[in-house]
Design a protein around this ligand. Structure first.
Ligand code: UGY
Ligand code: MN
Length: 305
């Protein structure tokens, strides 16, 4: 029995090592997956070549029919860009949207991508609903009141309190990520319209943690949510294995890493969106070669009862 196993191992090594060696020579010492050997010229590809050249690289996985990294679970969701389904945003002009988080999942807020196609204009949220808009591509003009106009470029944002009349317009194409929720405790506080950009926000203390933190909204009681911008260098991770009552909507703006959600561990990269229900265990480690930056919705300042 043992002899048979040794023989099998020997045959396997004899088969694998020479081909690995050829590739190592061909690829400057890197014994990598052979998928690129036939990639250039389809005439060189033998019949059934995919059987022994499986698709391995993430870039190819995106083209694999039926494959997606997106996941939808009871207490979390990962929505990756190849799963976005765009349709005209109700009442917006020349704008396609993809709702990534909605109350149908259990959230009390929506998070959506708005792709303004040029000569585009937003519609107002329903009465009593506050809105946060962050520019991820292009530039837009925010108008509120009669002549108050602000130009928002990438990395700029605006918070519109409930029932504040406004419009966001773009001449050329622009992409926004938008968060909206029904304002909690309307009448008790008066949140104000806020315009800003991430780079103008101070770094905040993060006791016990290593990531860099900026908050895009004031922390006062008038605001029932905040948007955090969190930066991790490669190799940095959350020290706290968080479980908390707050909900999150997250958009990865830069970098890649591993997100733990409940008992699942997901490779994630820029463009990915995540929904975290209350109390879902959550943890992140940044990997790759560049900084991770993510945008994070978090409900705050209200009694959960
Ligand atoms: O503030 C937070 O709850 C944040 N640290 N959570 C997270 O990054 N998943
Ligand atoms: Mn958290």
């Amino acid at each position: 029995m043992q002899d048979y196993a040794s023989l099998t191992l020997l045959i396997f090594l004899l088969c694998v090592i020479p081909s690995c060696f050829e590739l190592a020579v061909a690829k400057d010492g890197v014994c990598s997956a052979p998928e690129s050997v036939f990639a250039e010229d389809s005439n060189l590809r033998p019949m059934y070549w995919k059987v022994t050249n499986p698709t391995l690289a993430p870039s190819h996985l995106q083209d694999l029919p039926g494959f997606t990294r997106s996941v939808y679970e009871r207490d979390h969701a990962l929505i990756t860009p190849e799963s976005h389904v765009l349709s005209p945003l109700p009442e917006w002009k020349n704008t396609l949207g993809a709702y990534l988080i909605t109350p149908a999942m259990g959230s009390h807020f929506v998070m959506y991508i708005a792709k303004m196609l040029g000569n585009a204009k937003s519609a107002l949220p329903p009465s009593g609903v506050e809105r946060f808009v962050f520019v991820v591509h292009g530039a837009v003009t925010l108008t509120n009141g009669s002549d108050d106009t602000h130009n928002l470029k990438v990395d700029s944002y605006a918070y519109l309190p409930p029932n504040v009349h406004h419009s966001v317009e773009s001449e050329a194409s622009a992409t926004l990520v938008v968060f909206e929720r029904r304002y909690a405790l309307e009448g008790e506080y008066n949140p104000e319209l806020i315009i800003g950009s991430t780079d103008k926000q101070n770094l905040l203390e993060t006791p016990g943690e290593v990531f860099q933190l900026r908050k895009l909204l004031p922390t006062s009681m008038a605001y029932d949510f905040n948007i955090h911008v969190m930066d991790f260098q490669p190799g940095e991770f959350l020290n706290v294995k968080e479980v908390h009552y707050n909900q999150h909507g997250l958009l990865l703006l830069e970098g890649q890493g591993i997100y733990r959600l409940g008992n699942s561990w997901y490779p994630v990269q820029a463009g990915d969106a995540i929904w975290m229900a209350p109390f879902v265990p959550q943890w992140y480690a940044a990997l790759g070669k560049t900084r991770t930056r993510y945008l994070l919705y978090k409900d705050v300042n209200r009694n959960p009862l």
